[in-house]
Write a protein that binds this ligand. Structure first.
Ligand SMILES: O=C(O)CCC(=O)C(=O)O
Length: 436
């Protein structure tokens, strides 16, 4: 098995990784037929420089000045903003049980078995690794018991102007406060939380009709190459505190950076074998009101996690600092890193795993186009199923043990089994939810 994985890794790297930089960068926009032949048909990421999403072909615009952008919003536009305690939404977090709410007892027991292999005690168990090499608790560090949960951000409706002013004020405060340069909020959920305008679901067209007028309704190159109009056009505004954990989407993605820098870690779909995708119970952050009434809208207290029905398949391993003892197969993965700056468009092929961090205050627009469910999807589904079998120990992995460090025998816990499944013909909303 080890030899097979090494062969897959060699083939993957020689096929997809550009020899010098990992991801190829083109200085001029290719003709659509070339883009299709060289990148779309081969599912190869590429950065197109000097393009952009603005009408008239500009990569940069008055959007650089966020305050005046928000000032255009004379009607007091209300938008959806995601809040988390530490900048990380849509990821697997070990949550102190004292911070979980409304969790049926039977589910709680199943969760401990399936997600963490049993309850874990003390600070060690209540930590999770993250992109910067530090560790974050959700809940008290002294919490005795934790549960691995897929946690979504709290969604708040607020004035666009208020969001922008919060982002700018907090950035200025951080700049003048050296001690807060590592993380802008206190782990454990105290503080205001980290806002990230990352609602997706066609957010630019649905929530910002005025700003959408500045932007191309589609990129001509993409429409031509994918053969369809975008299903969604999304707006992303945040800062270096926010991180999008590794995941994949069933969309062809044209990701245009307008301001700041986005740092992508990309992994090809075949790396599904090495990413330990499994099902987690899900919940959503909710910030408690502080004892003294809190700030602004009465918040300012700790973040708790409100549990929701159902489970979500997600990736627990962080490619930026993988725990190879816990996730040994990750050593066969083939991550590439790339920096996407203002005026750059990253073509991120469907089913590629990606993790995204940012530098500075960032603004980006992306276009999601429906993917073709062709032979690449069939191949991916086969590997995804095989990964599940490896986890169950039905197929022995290198070293002879199951991926969770067990004996290699099939798991006795049905919750530990990976129930994959993507509804090929599913509606847009369903697919967005499923992957995010
Ligand atoms: O910019 C981000 O934070 C995440 C982008 C992303 O995941 C996507 O476009 O699919």
């Amino acid at each position: 098995m080890e030899e097979l994985f090494e062969q897959l890794q060699d083939d993957t790297r020689s096929f997809w990784q550009h020899p010098s930089s990992g991801v190829r960068r083109l200085d001029t926009m290719p003709p659509p037929a070339d883009f299709f032949r060289d990148y779309v048909a081969t599912s190869t990421p590429v950065i197109l420089s000097g393009g952009g999403c603005f009408k008239g072909g500009g990569g940069r615009s008055c959007w650089d000045d966020l305050a005046s952008l928000a000032g255009r919003d004379s009607e007091g536009l209300e938008v959806t903003v995601d809040f988390t305690p530490d900048g990380r939404g849509d990821c697997v977090v070990d949550v102190a049980d004292s911070m979980l709410s409304e969790l049926p007892t039977s589910d709680a027991n199943a969760m401990h078995d399936s997600a963490t292999g049993g309850r874990v005690a003390g600070a060690e168990g209540s930590r999770r690794s993250c992109g910067t090499g530090d560790a974050v608790n959700v809940g008290s560090a002294a919490a005795a018991r934790t549960t691995a949960v897929f946690v979504k951000p709290e969604e708040r409706r607020m004035k666009f102007e208020a969001f922008v002013s919060t982002l700018l004020t907090e950035a200025a405060a951080r700049a003048s406060d050296e001690s807060s340069s590592t993380r802008g909020c206190t782990s454990g959920g105290a503080g205001k939380g980290v806002p990230y305008l990352s609602h997706q679901n066609d957010s630019l067209r649905q929530e910002f009709p005025g700003l959408m007028e500045d932007v191309e309704p589609f990129l001509a190159l993409a429409r031509e190459a994918f053969g369809n109009e975008p299903d969604a056009v999304n707006l992303w505004i945040g800062d270096d505190r926010s991180l999008s954990a590794v995941h994949k989407d069933h969309y062809e993605n044209m990701y245009c950076v307008v301001r700041g820098e986005k740092h992508f870690t990309l992994l090809p779909p075949s790396d599904v074998l090495f990413l330990y995708e499994q099902e987690y119970p899900q919940g959503r952050y909710r910030q408690r009101r502080s004892v003294d009434g809190g700030e602004g809208e009465g918040r300012g207290g700790e973040f708790e996690v409100e549990m929701e029905e159902g489970k979500v398949p997600w990736i627990p391993v962080d490619p930026a600092c993988p725990d190879l003892e816990k996730y040994p197969l990750f050593r066969f993965a083939s991550p590439v890193h790339c920096r996407v700056g203002p005026g750059d468009i990253l073509y991120l092929p469907s089913l590629w795993y990606h993790r995204v961090s940012q530098r500075g205050i960032t603004v980006a627009v992306n276009y999601w186009h429906d993917m073709q469910f062709d032979h690449k999807y069939v191949h991916y589904r086969f590997l995804q199923t095989l990964a599940g079998k490896l986890r169950e120990g039905v197929v022995r992995r290198p070293g002879g043990a199951g991926c969770d460090g067990s004996s290699g025998r099939p798991s006795e816990s049905p919750e530990a089994r990976v129930e994959q499944g993507v509804s090929v013909g599913g509606g847009e909303e369903e697919r967005v939810e499923e992957d995010r």
